[in-house]
Design a protein around this ligand. Structure first.
Ligand SMILES: CC(=O)N[C@H]1[C@@H](OP(=O)(O)OP(=O)(O)OC[C@H]2O[C@@H](n3ccc(=O)[nH]c3=O)[C@H](O)[C@@H]2O)O[C@H](CO)[C@@H](O)[C@@H]1O[C@H](C)C(=O)N[C@@H](C)C(=O)N[C@H](CCC(=O)O)C(=O)O
Ligand SMILES: Nc1ncnc2c1ncn2[C@@H]1O[C@H](COP(=O)(O)OP(=O)(O)OP(=O)(O)O)[C@@H](O)[C@H]1O
Ligand SMILES: N[C@H](CCC[C@H](N)C(=O)O)C(=O)O
Ligand SMILES: [Mg+2]
Length: 471
């Protein structure tokens, strides 16, 4: 592709790729120079040009000498749109999911439902880039724009026609997924997280709302979990733009959860759609998993899926890695679950999911991450104290912070809790103390394969450790 084909004023040079990191620039690259949270990418413009950049997308005030300056006050957006034109074509049906909790679960379930309907489907999110056959980990929930668009194009080349991806608030505010037509966008819920990055709840919500205000295609559908206090805002935005709105939940108009009854290994759901009641047994426990399954079904139906077939498919959903995953049974006969709850709301939801199955005590092991929203630590402690019977506070990715200080904040919210910093020892204690009728919940790390201490990632997997100490 020639530069002139991408931008007005561009010359006849060949464009060979896109980069947002000057270290990845090769001859023919278009470089995106953005102000970041850590450094200013504009400082690397000379080095990028030295390495062969033919054009630089940057703010009008940036100094660009020796390459075409593509000027824009929101350079990330322009960069993404140009990159999308370069990387296209993409899968014809792409849908996005945002919300504080439930994105990974929903995109995984959407992919599974599409596959059951015979589509070649993929998902992109915290668990990586996944198709029915393989999974490649990217490290971020919403990868950077170049990684994202090149992967999406790669999926299309492999024959993928249906893609569900997670739109994190960081990803939305950094325009990591712009330029790809989004046929349907889902909202799961909003609660406290990431205020270290966004500052306050209003800014955090605004970042998420951009999915509906700007990213969703003009003729796309907003799929909204209506039983969240913040859903009304999402619906208002979609209506103002003239988008179709598809509501899901106990108060949903399109998929109404009429009844939900926990069974030993799952739950019976009655879902009303187009005036007809569909009864399905979801093979997953917990209200939150029912919610995510319904939103996934909403996305599939909103993009052309058959209602009865899609709802019937819910009965065949496979568990999502690290989300209420049953890891082991203790010698005393208590089941041990691993879950990815790392917000106050998620801790409450994960405990509520298990509560109907607890005859004795719910024993919770969890911690809060370092270099992340410090303000969620006390509320996480409070949620734990209110939802579990025995609470053990431990470490979860202290990163560059002092783990004892993180635990102290969590314990402020859960004064009756025990403190065992070493995560393996904490899990071992919970497992040893559990009796028949109790349930152990290990929260916060889910699928994660490491404990991040300083700059080091020490191998650690809650499921494996639970099995080892329960053996
Ligand atoms: C806070 C945050 O979102 N940071 C991400 C973001 O950084 P940034 O744009 O602020 O970048 P910066 O490091 O200040 O650098 C500015 C610019 O200079 C460029 N640069 C920088 C250094 C250099 O030598 N040369 C160079 O060109 C960078 O590529 C960047 O474009 O862009 C970087 C490049 O794509 C990401 O690697 C980085 O993720 C960091 C590692 C991170 O930890 N992100 C987490 C918080 C995150 O994004 N999480 C969300 C949500 C998680 C969830 O709850 O699901 C996610 O989607 O994963
Ligand atoms: N719909 C929901 N309502 C409340 N809590 C939920 C919901 N879905 C998931 N959770 C909780 O959040 C945890 C993380 O779920 P999931 O990974 O699907 O969310 P996510 O939005 O992708 O998270 P992340 O922001 O880390 O990417 C789950 O393990 C569970 O404890
Ligand atoms: N994507 C989330 C995951 C947090 C998981 C928890 N284990 C932690 O490290 O806080 C984040 O980066 O904030
Ligand atoms: Mg996720």
């Amino acid at each position: 592709m020639k530069l002139s084909q991408l931008v007005e004023g561009g010359g006849e040079q060949s464009v060979t790729g896109f980069a947002i990191d000057h270290r990845k620039v090769a001859p023919g690259t278009i470089f995106g120079a953005f102000e970041g949270a850590r450094v200013n990418g504009e400082d690397y413009i000379p080095a990028a040009i030295e390495a062969g950049a033919v054009a630089v997308v940057a703010r009008p005030g940036a100094r660009v000498e020796g390459a075409l300056h593509i000027r824009d006050y929101t350079p990330r957006e322009t960069f993404a749109r140009l990159a999308a034109r370069f990387f296209a074509p993409f899968p014809e049906t792409a849908v996005a999911v945002t919300g504080t909790n439930g994105k990974t679960s929903t995109v995984e379930m959407t992919r599974q439902l599409w596959r059951m309907a015979g589509h070649h489907a993929a998902s992109i999110g915290t668990l990586g880039v996944a198709t029915a056959d393989e999974r490649v980990v990217t490290g971020l929930t919403t990868p950077d724009v170049v990684t994202f668009l090149s992967n999406v194009a790669g999926l299309a080349r492999e024959g993928v026609t249906h893609l569900a991806f997670e739109a994190s608030s960081h990803g939305l505010s950094q325009y990591r997924t712009e330029g790809l037509p989004v046929r349907a966008a889902a909202f799961t819920n909003l609660s406290r997280d990431h205020l270290d990055y966004h500052g306050d709840m209003a800014a955090y919500f605004t970042a998420k709302l951009r999915l509906f205000a700007q990213v969703l295609a003009d003729d796309g559908t907003a799929v909204v979990w209506v039983d969240d206090a913040n859903s009304e805002r999402v619906i208002d935005i979609a209506r103002e733009r003239g988008n179709r709105v598809f509501t899901v939940g106990e108060h949903g108009d399109d998929l109404r959860l009429v009844a939900r009854a926990p069974t030993l290994l799952g739950q019976g759901l009655t879902i009303r759609a187009e005036g007809v009641d569909h009864r399905v047994t979801l093979p997953l426990i917990g209200g939150y998993q029912a919610a995510n399954a319904l939103v996934a079904a909403g996305l599939v139906i909103a993009t052309g899926g058959d209602v009865a077939q899609t709802l019937a498919g819910l009965a065949r959903l496979q568990p999502v890695r690290g989300r209420l995953e049953r890891a082991a049974i203790t010698a005393g006969g208590a089941p041990v679950y691993v879950d990815y709850a790392h917000t106050p709301d998620a801790i409450e939801a994960a405990c509520a999911a298990l509560r109907p199955h607890v005859e004795g005590r719910l024993i919770l092991v969890f911690g809060a991450g370092g270099d992340r929203d410090a303000g969620k630590r006390v509320p996480m402690g409070q949620a734990a104290a209110a939802s579990a019977d025995v609470v053990i506070v431990t470490d979860d990715n202290p990163r560059t912070e002092d783990p004892a200080m993180i635990r102290r904040a969590v314990l402020e919210g859960a004064p009756g809790a025990r403190e065992i910093g070493d995560r393996r020892a904490a899990i071992a204690t919970a497992v040893a103390e559990a009796r028949a009728g109790d349930i152990v919940l290990i929260a916060g790390k889910g699928h994660e394969q490491g404990q991040i201490v300083g700059e080091l990632v020490l191998p650690f997997d809650d499921v494996t450790v639970a099995r080892e100490v329960a053996a």
